[in-house]
Design a protein around this ligand. Structure first.
Ligand SMILES: Cc1ncc(COP(=O)(O)O)c(C=O)c1O
Length: 485
């Protein structure tokens, strides 16, 4: 019966009848297979066509998602690549996972795909149950509330608003606005629109909508020509890797940054723009895979507490298991790690967890997420548990990092600062031009990688990236490096 349900929609998976019983080895391809350069002729033709309709400046190539499987992305020219970038880190368990195809083909789920509701006003009957099965089953420590949203930026944007509303109510001592608040907010003036700020970090990335962009400081190109807020920006620690070999210097650098954070909070309060919240990534991703130690985050969390600012941990890229723990902040070992944790990407739906106090009735938009994504997420979590994927990630991640250390020893003029947690790894390349050339050469040999920061390569495989995929990757990477030495 499954066979009939599935075949009209997903031709590549029509043979999957007992989905969960298939092992990944049987399901997946056995390696990359390249037929043309990338982008190939068909991709180029389609880019031209799409160019007539929209901006195609960022397009790499066109994909054949029907034929893609597991860790392998197939393009429209028939090239099959080992995907170590996974749609900017957003595919949790690989392409066309049989368990997800099953969710899609279950008639009981049909209505969730066909009828997209305005969740904030008319949720479906099973919504509380599905939230409990999916998002709440992996809620960060100390958080039992979650608000879904559509994407990462949308989640952060609304989380910031929740922090501002919370802060203002705290100032007022109650949550009833004055007449002056109500009239002044209509013309963008205080006190209705208070001069509050969010403290963010140099090198951070929190999205590209207006509020998020004011806290994004990874690349000028994201920010250019867009008005912004006068909000404080603290230095993010610039640590030396491997972290355990430079503990003293790194601790000094972290102390310097923390001191600066406190100075900025005091300065901005004096300027009449108090810091309502601090936002930070557990590992700065787009900004270059910059790490800090658990000690840094613990102290930062305490500083936020001391000054009455909310602490928002942006796990849009780090969340969902890639660091070997479900949330990267779990590596800090804290019972009370944050007031807000935002997510998207591997979680399939955007949103944010929050403390009870940060509940805001005025956080609202039409969709408020998408219940069909909760169905997929619940199944992704089942697969993660059933297949012990966090352990797999830890194991693959160790092998990957060991391999990167070895290559770094072999090519000291080319590579430096290999670093990572789980498979969330990165390495620095001599310079920007060499980095970009390595990315393209690797792609032509069937391995998809991403860049981040000025001259880093980041590794963002799916959670089903096993040790044998790591070895396959390292072999190709090693060949590419030999060409650049
Ligand atoms: C840490 C972090 N926050 C926020 C975002 C923005 O998410 P989205 O692109 O879904 O708006 C990203 C996207 O890369 C991210 O890495």
């Amino acid at each position: 019966p499954d066979r009939l349900m599935i075949s009209p929609y997903i031709p590549c998976c029509r043979y999957v009848s007992k989905a969960a019983a298939k092992t990944q080895m049987e399901f997946e391809y056995d390696g990359p297979s390249m037929k043309t350069e990338v982008p190939g002729p068909r991709s180029k033709e389609l880019t031209k066509q799409l160019g007539e309709i929209q901006n195609v400046g960022a397009i790499n190539f066109f994909c054949n998602y029907e034929e893609s499987r597991g860790n392998y992305l197939v393009d429209v020219d028939g090239n099959r690549m080992l995907d170590v970038y996974t749609q900017i880190s957003s595919i949790p368990i690989g392409y066309n996972h049989p368990s997800l195809i099953k969710v899609m083909s279950n008639p009981n789920n049909m209505s969730a795909f066909v009828n997209r509701p305005a969740l904030g006003i008319m949720p479906p009957e099973n919504f509380p149950e599905k939230l409990a099965e999916s998002l709440l089953s992996v809620a960060p420590s100390g958080m039992s509330r979650v608000q879904t949203m559509a994407c990462g930026s949308c989640s952060n944007e609304n989380a910031y608003k929740a922090m501002f509303i919370w802060y203002r109510n705290k100032e007022r001592g109650h949550n009833i606005p004055s007449d002056e608040d109500v009239s002044s907010c209509m013309i963008n003036q205080s006190p209705g629109c208070p001069d509050f700020s969010i403290l963010s970090f140099m090198g951070g990335f929190h999205g590209r909508t207006m509020g998020c962009l004011a806290t994004t400081h990874s690349k000028a190109i994201h920010k250019l020509d867009v008005p912004s807020f006068d909000w404080p920006i603290a230095p993010f620690p610039k640590l030396k890797y491997p972290l355990e070999e430079f503990t003293r210097e790194n601790a000094q650098e972290e102390a310097r940054c923390l001191e600066e954070v406190e100075d900025l909070i005091v300065q901005w309060r004096q300027k009449g723009r108090p810091v309502a919240g601090i936002v930070i990534e557990p590992i700065q991703a787009e900004g270059g895979d910059n790490h800090a130690t658990p000690d840094f985050f613990k102290k930062l969390r305490n500083i936020a507490h001391k000054h009455g600012s909310a602490f928002h941990v942006d796990e849009v890229q780090t969340g969902g298991g890639a660091t070997g723990k479900f949330w990267a902040h779990e590596h800090w070992g804290m019972d009370d790690p944050a007031d807000i944790v935002s997510f998207s990407k591997k979680m399939l739906t955007g949103g944010f967890y929050h403390k009870d106090e940060l509940q805001a009735y005025r956080i609202f938009n039409t969709w408020m997420g998408d219940p069909s994504k909760n169905l997929f997420l619940a199944e992704v979590l089942n697969v993660i548990r059933r297949e012990n994927l966090l352990e797999e990630v830890t194991r693959s991640g160790k092998t990957l990092l060991q391999g990167l250390y070895q290559l770094q020893d072999q090519y000291p003029n080319l590579l430096s600062s290999a670093r990572g947690q789980g498979t969330f790894c990165a390495i620095d390349i001599r310079d920007d031009a060499t980095r970009n050339s390595i990315l393209l050469k690797a792609r032509d040999k069937g391995v998809l990688l991403g860049g981040c920061g000025d001259r880093s390569i980041r590794f963002r495989p799916a959670l089903v990236f096993k040790e044998y995929h790591v070895h396959m990757f390292l072999n190709v990477f090693s060949d590419v490096l030999a060409e650049h030495n």
